[in-house]
Design a protein around this ligand. Structure first.
Ligand code: GRF
Length: 204
């Protein structure tokens, strides 16, 4: 087993995906450690989850910066301070720029609550319901400069049931998020992910 991967997690809210990754690290399922959690929102519950786990939890307010690039420069500086090797976006409600992506090439992951390329952007579960989709799900992908367009690492599907509300569908999808996000990070931590253009393969 190689050396422990240093993971930085960016959040804006509840942090249930953050929790699943911290838990997988604590259980030894991921050969890595969450070394810092950064939120653009002061009241994000995920910051409390991090503190409870003894992980540095920082609030970096995007409103204090002149623009997206300036904010991303501050993010990069903080992530470098903690020697982060993989940046995990977990409900981070900010558009990121090439400033962050160039600092961490193919080292920024995101989870999106839809089966991409269907329903990118905001309110993916609502989009699926309104479209009348019968299958929904979630996607872990590397982040590129588009919105939810980067190379797909892993996906999981769930049924859309009659009578579903946005909440019931979100809950069904989240169960799968909490399974596949730690699994994708595990594969990365073991150096098993290969990216060739859009296509990600897992080495044996
Ligand atoms: C998840 O539904 C994820 O797919 C989306 O934002 C939500 C974050 O939830 N990107 P949590 O903060 O991890 O609980």
């Amino acid at each position: 087993m190689g050396k422990e991967l240093k993971i930085g997690v960016l959040i804006s809210g509840s942090g249930s995906n953050l929790q699943s990754i911290m838990d997988a690290c604590a259980a030894g399922a991921i050969n890595g450690r969450v070394v810092c959690v950064i939120s653009n929102k002061a009241d994000a519950f995920g910051l409390e989850r991090a503190r409870k786990a003894g992980i540095p939890a920082l609030h970096l307010d995007h409103r204090a910066y002149s623009g997206r690039e300036a904010y991303d420069e501050a993010l990069v500086a903080t992530l470098r301070e903690f020697e982060v090797e993989l940046v995990v976006l977990a409900g981070f409600m900010r558009i990121i720029t090439s400033v962050l992506l160039d600092a961490f090439p193919m080292r920024v992951m995101n989870i999106h609550p839809a089966l991409l390329p269907a329903f990118p952007g905001l309110h993916a579960q609502r989009q699926a319901l309104e479209y009348g989709a019968k299958v929904a799900g979630c996607t872990v992908h590397f982040v590129d400069c588009g919105t939810d367009t980067g190379p797909i690492i892993m996906q999981a599907a769930v049924p859309v049931l009659q009578g579903d509300t946005e909440e019931s569908l979100c809950a069904r999808i989240q169960k799968e998020e909490h399974r596949i996000y730690p699994e994708a990070v595990r594969l990365f931590s073991e150096g098993l992910l290969q990216v060739d253009g859009r296509v990600v393969t897992v080495s044996a």
